[in-house]
Structure formats: structure tokens, C-alpha cells
Design a protein around this ligand. Sequence first.
Ligand code: HEM
Length: 239
Amino acid sequence: MDLVRFMLGGVLPYVAVVVFIVATAHRIYTWKRLAAPSMTLFPAPADDKANKKNVLKEALLFRSLFGGDRVLWGFAWVFHVVLLLIFVGHLRVFTNVDSILMTAGMSAEAIQAMSGGVGGAAGVVILVATVLLLARRLALPRVREITGAADILALLLIGAIIVTGNMMRFGAEHFDLALTREYFANLATFGGVTGQAALQNEVFMVHMVLAFLLIMVIPFSKILHFGGIFFTHELVRKH
Ligand code: HEM
């Protein structure tokens, strides 16, 4: 196995996971140490239960965005819901979810059809949503003013991951997930990656390396808003 393949397939995954955990923990620690502001920025609910309900509504339905920019809310909500669906679907890449589904009574053909239908549709929908989010940042002067290089780069990185994912999904020869399961099982048990067939597939390598880059960048970027939201909304809504 050549050195580049070994570094990208056998070392980068561990580095990415460690960077992600340490840097995210550090950011959560700094958020937790922030002094709660003494003022309430907009009417806050009287009790803690209603406060928590508000945070949940914000996290699951993007409620304030709905009130602010309905078009952006549409793209953004679809993007995030489909992304969640794709993450769940990726369980098949890492583990043998198929055997659990088969025990539950699904046939191999039904699993394949579900994965092909839902995964295929999700790949197309998220690509369209990403292109629209990028176009919005570039085309609307009001939005372009507050757009930095980091915003564009994050969307381009996510876009490249989506395109290479779709290449595997829709490619002439459908990627064999038994190879990725074997590879990740070896990584998880520190079994070494020499001879892993998954690493011979160029599109898979590009997709995975970009995904690990994204994982490493997340704690340093705005993408960590999925964690930050639980802190900021508690703060502005707290008495
Ligand atoms: C280490 C992390 C990742 C690995 C090993 C991985 C691996 C794969 C594989 C093997 C496929 C082909 C599945 C099939 O055809 O049955 C795929 C598809 C795909 N991946 Fe990933 N992926 C990773 C992370 C990501 C991330 C972070 C995103 C999105 C930001 C993403 C987006 C997609 C999309 C859109 C598809 C095509 C639709 C689908 O099959 O769900 N992947 N990925």
C-alpha cells in the first residue's frame, strides 16, 4: 500500500475524530463559562418548561427563521432534514444494519430498494438545496455583504462531498458496502488498513477524505451552530 493511501485511509480518520472531539469539547466548555447576560432580548416564557419547548421548536423547526425569511427557511429546513436522513442512511456504510432489518422481516431486495429509493432521492434533493443556498449567498447583494470566504468554502466542501457520494450511488458499478464495513471494523479495532479493498476505490477515497476534512473543520466553523443554538437560545430567553 502506498504512503498517501495509508496516511489518508489509516491515519487521517483517527486524527479527524480526535480533533473533532477535543475542539468541540473546548468550544462547549467556553460557551458554558460565558456569563449569562442580565437582559432578556425578547419576551421570555415564564417557566422553564415553556423555555425548553421554545428551544426545541427552534432546533427542530427553525422557528425564528420561519418568521424572518420564509424562502431561506424552506431551503434550509429541507437541507437539514435530508442531511439527517443521509446520516442515518450512512449507518449502512459503517455497520451491518441489514442483518437487523432482515431479522425484523425485511428481505435483502426490499432493503436495497429502500436504500436506492430514499438514498438516491436524498442525494439529489440535498444537491439541489446546496446549489440554491450557494446561489443565494452569491446572488443577493444583501446576503453577499455578510458572506465570508469561510461560508462559501463550507458550502463548496459539502457540495463536493455530496457530488462524490452521488457518483458512488449512481455510478455504473454500485459501490459494495461490504468493503466499507470491513474497512471501518478494522479501523475501530485498530486492526490496520493494509490490503483494504475499499481504499482502492478513488471516488470513495475522495468522498471520505473530504468528509473527514469537514469533520475536522466543524468545531472551528459556523457549522457548529447545531450545538451553539442550545446555548444562545437559553441565554436570550432566560430571565
Ligand atoms: C467518513 C465519512 C463518510 C463515508 C465513509 C461515506 C461513504 C459513503 C458511501 C460508501 C456512499 C455510497 C452509498 C451507496 O451507494 O450505497 C455514500 C453516499 C453519499 N454520501 Fe457519504 N460518506 C461519508 C460522509 C458523508 C457526509 C459528511 C456527507 C454529507 C455532507 C455525505 C453525503 C453523501 C451523499 C449525498 C451520498 C449519496 C446519497 C446516499 O447514498 O445517501 N457523506 N457515502
